[in-house]
Ligand binder design. Structure first.
Ligand code: GAL
Ligand code: ZN
Length: 678
């Protein structure tokens, strides 16, 4: 998709007010006031679109789409498969799910459907095709929003059959499956594919290969369902781009497998800004944005966010003044081409009546939330020239979903919490704190073009990835690994022999044991280099390694492994491979990455005060630096912006949660490939 302006708006469910046409008119007036240019319609409208089997009623929707468009507001049109009408479930109970305890669900809620059911596929394809026929050519429609937040699994007999077929295709023979899954353990050998059942708390959960392959199957089957929807749209002649809205920190699907079928990635962003600190949550949300962008290495859309509060977090805190702006500009800073809300107008009843909306139950524009949302809208217009620019990264972290599954499914070494995502976040934070753009990749990604890659806890080392690491370091890359790396293959079967498997020469170390600490325990880290001057601690996991070529830069400070390596560095080819044997604190990561990046050419870093962030977006003839204050205090910019073009903002210190956007033309002198700001 090409973007010449930022898309601004959100989910709108006007079918709830069809009997009160004046509401639509009032909404349009208010949307214009808030600078809204796009809304998402039809996400949960199936009962209105097909009130009886085969009888489609699209006139009401078309009227709304056209009326909005006459007022400068485009539509993202959803397919309605996220929630189905009563008649459909009543007539075809097979569309409803069976849960892992083999209990058949009854009608209710949403997303409660079997992805394998031929009837559900047929009915969704039919309405999707009808919608495409009627709406794709309408100039008001920009994009297809396929279904809503695909997720969950179904254990019905049809899904079991489909799972068995998936396994047969993958393994060919039952012997091959038994071998891959190591099912000789506890005598769990399968005699035939017919004996295979999806994992269940009532049955088999102790075969890791089964657990992993089930998750892979759920991803495969969900994607197949999605493809069935997209095919229906395309076969009916639709040419507009397609997306699905992905969820934050969602671990049930391997989203990256969906990317190839989508024209643009989009996702729903709901940070808990006040659970810790906005600065801290900013890193968590930032990493999600970057993961979404990295899937296609292209601009994406923030499809949902709340303009004030959710109703599903443990505690529903409203955002302090300025935070909505911060949340919205953060999305754009990381590569989003949109700021969309769930939702424009709050429903008066039902599950989400207390969820935040731009227009609350008063129906008025005289609210704090409305005012702040309007400011976001005008802010996006001010930075219009950034639309369509790219985020280019020279550094990356690896966060692999199948690895996440394998770590979570294994018993030991620390059932209280291995904290894989949090561990990746430590590297991410350290890099982002120096103002670097960071891509978030998985093991399928290419490492070409990166200067530095950090891949913590790469427990499951998939076929081919060790070779990529080897080649990357050989050719001059800097690679950082940690404890719990290179232990198991794709089926969670441990490698026989020394580990990290296939990489001991790259890192110059071999792992011998791993110690798991209780929550209240810690060890100290003693640095052997002046580059790591702090007093550091490590917690949770302490691995014991012996060196076979690496230089030791830090050692444990206590316990019987006092003096053994915590940090090592190894020269391999033209690059460097670092190995971090323990779960060290954030300070250690900051100092380590600061030290490492001093030697890396071609990346620009910047000294940022705590809570200040900068992202770079690159256009045709300039870089744009988006500085953001993630604190409630005024914060000074660390660069002399008077010499640069100011696109947005214009005063340092930045106001609480405020931003400044600077334009740095390519013609400015560069240092290491990046503009010299000093
Ligand atoms: C999303 C969902 C929306 C709405 C929102 C509330 O996950 O797609 O329909 O429920 O959450 O925060
Ligand atoms: Zn099913």
């Amino acid at each position: 998709m090409d973007f010449t302006e930022f898309l601004y708006g959100g989910d709108y469910n006007p079918e709830q007010w069809l009997g009160e046409p004046e509401i639509l008119e009032k909404d349009i007036e208010m949307m214009k006031k808030a600078h809204v240019n796009t809304v998402t319609l039809g996400v949960f409208s199936w009962s209105f679109l097909e009130p009886e089997e085969g009888r489609y009623e699209f006139d009401w929707l078309e009227k709304i789409v056209n009326r909005l468009y006459e007022n400068g507001i485009s539509t993202i049109l959803a397919t309605p498969s996220g929630a189905r009408p009563h008649w459909l479930a009543d007539k075809y109970p097979e569309v409803l799910r069976v849960n892992e305890k083999r209990e058949k669900m009854i009608f209710g809620g949403r997303h409660n459907h079997c992805f394998t059911s031929p009837v559900y596929r047929e009915k969704t394809a039919a309405i999707d095709a009808a919608l495409a026929g009627r709406f794709d050519a309408n100039p008001a429609v920009r994009l297809w929003h396929v279904s809503n937040e695909y997720g969950g699994d179904c254990h019905c007999p049809r899904c079991q059959e489909a799972f068995r077929a998936f396994l047969k295709e993958k393994y060919g023979t039952i012997d091959a499956l038994n071998k891959a899954w190591n099912s000789a353990f506890w005598s769990h050998i399968y005699d035939s594919f017919d004996q295979v059942e999806s994992p269940s708390s009532l049955g088999e959960e102790s075969i890791m290969g089964l657990v992993l392959d089930w998750k892979r199957f759920v991803t495969y089957e969900t994607r197949d369902f999605m493809r069935n929807e997209i095919r229906a749209l395309r076969d009916a002649g639709a040419v507009k781009p397609c997306t699905i809205n992905m969820m934050q920190h969602f671990k049930d699907l391997d989203y990256r497998k969906f990317a190839a079928d989508l024209d643009i990635i989009s996702w729903d962003n709901y940070p808990s800004w006040l659970e810790t600190t906005p600065a801290d949550e900013g890193f968590r949300a930032g990493m999600q944005h970057d993961m979404m962008r990295s899937m296609k290495k292209a601009p994406f859309l923030m499809m949902e966010s709340t303009p004030s509060m959710t109703n599903w977090q443990d505690v529903s805190r409203i955002m302090k003044p300025g935070m909505l702006f911060m949340q919205s500009f953060q999305a754009v800073a990381h590569g989003s081409e949109s700021v969309f809300y769930f939702q424009w107008r709050a429903s008066l009843g039902g599950d989400e009546k207390f969820h935040g909306a731009v227009v609350d139950h008063t129906g008025s524009d005289q609210t704090r939330v409305f005012r702040e949302a309007s400011e976001v809208g005008s802010g996006l217009e001010e930075i219009k020239e950034l639309a369509g620019t790219q985020v280019v990264s020279r550094t990356a972290v690896i966060y692999d979903m199948e690895n996440e599954w394998a770590i979570a499914a294994s018993r030991g070494p620390r059932n209280q919490g291995m904290h894989y995502e949090e561990t990746v976040l430590k590297s991410y934070k350290a890099l982002r704190s120096m103002g670097l753009n960071v891509d978030v990749l998985d093991e399928d990604a290419s490492l070409d073009g990166y200067k530095l890659v950090s891949a913590p806890m790469l427990y499951m080392l998939k076929e081919g990835f060790a070779d990529k690491i080897r080649a990357f370091v050989q050719n001059g890359g800097i690679f950082i690994s940690t404890y719990h790396t290179g232990l198991a293959d794709e089926n969670d079967k441990c490698f026989a022999g020394t580990v990290p498997n296939g990489l001991t020469d790259v890192f110059g170390i071999e792992r011998t044991e791993i110690d798991a600490l209780n929550d209240w325990e810690e060890n100290k880290v003693s640095s052997l280099t002046s580059d790591l001057p702090g007093r550091y601690t490590c917690t949770e996991l302490c691995e014991l390694v012996r060196t076979c070529g690496a230089e030791v830069l830090a050692v444990y400070g206590s316990d019987f492994y006092k003096g053994m390596p915590v940090l090592t560095r190894n020269r391999f080819g033209k690059g460097w491979a670092y190995y971090l044997a323990a779960n060290v604190d954030d300070e250690f990561y900051y100092d380590l990455f600061d030290k490492i990046t001093r030697t890396v050419g071609g990346i620009r870093k910047i000294k940022l005060p705590a809570g200040l962030s900068v992202m770079t977006r690159t256009g045709a003839d300039a870089d744009y630096l988006i500085f953001q204050n993630f604190t409630g205090e005024e914060t000074y910019l660390p660069v002399d912006y008077n010499k640069l073009d100011v696109v947005y903002g214009g005063a340092s210190p930045l106001t609480p949660y405020g931003a400044m956007v600077l334009r740095v033309p390519f013609s400015r002198p560069k240092k290491g490939g990046f503009p010299n700001l000093s």
